[in-house]
Design a protein. Structure first.
Length: 486
């Protein structure tokens, strides 16, 4: 890019610095009054006290004071305009036209018609007490049955005991949904025996045909008995073979973690192109992190497939805001310190950048925490912004791959292939062991070229190529704890 400042929309009153800039430098017709860091904002128009500050063509907050062109725009002179609760209008726009895409991948078609991107054995403990036992079984089994399936993994967690009501129900729903996932060729449910989360109740929600259970308290040697059951699972799962599948069979979870000032310019809109490509082909995308759409929710509401779905989005957003206020927290308690250091000023700014991951797809359904997708198109899923909790919820909902954008970087990985997409080329260069794709190329090569390259990368990973997190053995789950503990 020839200019050091990038203005996203001609209506915007700010532009983003593409590199560190010194006082006195000029770009887009303004001269900087002070140094501005890469990813931070500069006023390109006069802004009066109380005026909305525009980025992406929408308000990201209100000016606390007069801001002259060339001044740094950040937390010192801009504040949030968000409030608890809200009323919304139903004003649907035109649906995007379906577009054929020749991309395909090699996946595992399951008996229920879904297509997995991996053929693994998953060991899921009902309770934290046997989490390490599950890991021991997985470690021994991975060595014993190497090469027969794509991997053997245990997903330890600290919950399942001393939980009540909806809190216990949320844990059970997440575990049952994971145990039904098409990326698992076989599943072992490992229980203790005395926990609230009883195996007999958990498996009522499991639909996997290749399922075994084991109660550790009743076993004479839980490790050896677990290995014997895994051997049975491997024998059945190893018969599966990859076969060609169209893009319409992908279920993409989209997520951002550790955003910076470039996330809304490069990585998030690029992932939006992926959401569009998959949904227009007849596939599914899942957007979550509900607190990180506050301030941008009307954009999604305008894309509701009908008035009923619109009402479900309104209820989901307002219920989540009420969750904050019940605990005495402001709904604008975001962005994080890392976000602010990267140039993001308010939650509205973060949200307007974050919802770009959904592209222009029509919202066809709303699902609550622990529920599974049931429609094609874009599903809005209830979960908080926390990386591990929301990514686990995406996997449980049925995502067969997660597109995870980041401006700060993280080594975390989750049950399904987690494709890390750097918002800037510096991060991609510094952390090649974490990052799978450099979206910084959008600024140099353009969005269309980056779109094609990322779609190729996704199809290669869906066909079996390991992500950085998979190479590093990063496989975690986290469960949203919302209730009392006994």
């Amino acid at each position: 890019m020839s200019e050091a400042l990038f203005q996203i929309d001609p209506r915007d009153s700010v532009a983003t610095a593409l590199r560190d800039m010194a006082a006195g430098e000029s770009a887009l017709g303004v001269t900087l009054a002070a140094p501005v860091g890469k990813g931070h904002k500069v006023a390109v128009k006069p802004i009066q006290p109380g005026d909305p500050v525009l980025k992406f063509g929408f308000p990201i907050g209100k000016a606390k004071q007069a801001i002259a062109p060339g001044e740094h725009v950040h937390t010192h002179n801009v504040g949030t305009a968000l409030q608890g609760g809200g009323s919304y209008r139903y004003a649907p726009g035109d649906a995007p036209e379906a577009a054929a895409d020749a991309h395909s991948f090699l996946g595992y078609r399951r008996a229920d018609g879904r297509v997995g991107t991996r053929n693994e054995i998953w060991i899921i403990p009902t309770v934290g007490c046997v989490g390490r036992t599950a890991q021991k079984i997985a470690e021994k089994a991975a060595a014993r049955f190497a090469g027969q399936v794509d991997g053997i993994h245990a997903f330890a967690h600290p919950f399942g005991c001393s939980q009540l009501g909806d809190d216990l129900g949320g844990t059970r729903d997440i575990l049952a949904a994971l145990a039904s996932h098409p990326n698992a060729g076989g599943v072992l449910i490992l229980g203790l025996g005395c926990e609230n989360n009883q195996t007999s109740k958990l498996i009522e929600g499991v639909t996997h045909p290749n399922l075994r259970t084991l109660g550790a308290q009743m076993a004479s040697d839980e490790i050896e008995e677990g290995l014997a059951l895994v051997a049975e699972l491997v024998e059945a799962a190893s018969q599966a073979r990859r076969e060609p599948a169209p893009l319409s069979e992908l279920v993409l979870g989209v997520k951002c973690g550790g955003s910076d000032g470039f996330s809304g310019l490069t990585a998030n809109p690029l992932v939006g192109r992926m959401s569009d490509a998959v949904t227009e082909a007849g596939g599914t995308a899942i957007l979550t992190e509900i607190p990180e759409i506050f301030g941008a929710e009307q954009l999604l509401m305008d894309r509701a497939t009908d008035e009923a779905v619109f009402g479900e989005i309104v209820a989901l957003v307002n219920d989540f805001k009420a969750y904050f206020t019940r605990h005495g927290e402001p709904v604008s308690e975001n962005p994080s310190p890392g976000n602010i250091a990267g140039g993001i000023t308010t939650l509205e700014e973060k949200s307007l950048g974050a919802v770009q991951k959904a592209g222009h797809a029509i919202v066809t359904d709303v699902r609550h925490y622990g529920e599974r997708v049931r429609t094609r198109g874009l599903t809005l899923l209830e979960a908080p912004g926390n990386d591990a909790v929301s990514s686990t919820a995406l996997a449980a909902a049925g995502a067969t791959a997660i597109l995870f954008t980041t401006g700060r970087g993280t080594p975390l990985g989750f049950p399904v292939p987690t494709i890390k997409i750097a918002s800037n080329s510096d991060l991609a260069a510094r952390k090649p062991g974490w990052i799978d794709f450099d979206a910084g190329q959008v600024l140099e090569e353009g969005m269309d070229a980056a779109r094609d390259a990322l779609l190729d990368t996704i199809c290669a990973i869906a066909s079996g190529k390991e992500t950085a997190a998979e190479k590093n053995g990063e496989r975690e789950i986290a469960i949203w704890k919302r209730g009392v503990t006994l």
